[in-house]
Design a protein. Structure first.
Length: 136
């Protein structure tokens, strides 16, 4: 499988919201996964035409830290960030549009991800919520 299955990681976006995540707290799965895909990884390809899956490298935990105002209950900054990111990807690459996002994924160990994706219907319909267990 390592020789065949490939993931393309989108390069768009800047830290701290994209390409980074917490690695030493209860939400560390996001950060560890993002960082694992940056390192020499047999599943990652730099050629999107060879990819089977496409990864959105943003961290919901970082979005909550930087975009959410505590106590406001206003999720719109997070929703707008995800929607804008997907629109940039869809406008720049043909892959989101060819599959309607069915071969795209994100990782979040933060329960707020469903609040963000539920309001952005195309993303909610296409992204699969998965629980990953990483054994170290």
């Amino acid at each position: 499988m390592e020789k065949r299955f490939k993931i393309f990681v989108y390069r768009e976006g800047k830290q701290p919201l994209v390409h980074d995540g917490p690695c030493k707290d209860i939400y560390s799965t996001e950060g560890r996964f993002i960082h694992a895909l940056k390192e020499s990884n047999p599943f990652v390809t730099t050629d999107p035409y060879k990819a089977h899956m496409f990864f959105f490298p943003f961290s919901v935990s970082k979005m909550v830290s930087y975009l959410y105002k505590p106590g406001s209950l206003d999720m719109s900054p997070l929703i707008h960030f995800v929607k804008d990111y997907v629109e940039v990807i869809g406008g720049k690459y043909p892959f989101w549009n060819r599959s309607e996002g069915a071969d795209h994924f994100m990782l979040s160990c933060h329960d707020w991800v469903s609040l963000v994706t539920n309001t952005f219907l195309p993303l909610h319909r296409l992204l699969v919520t998965t629980t990953l267990c990483i054994l170290s």
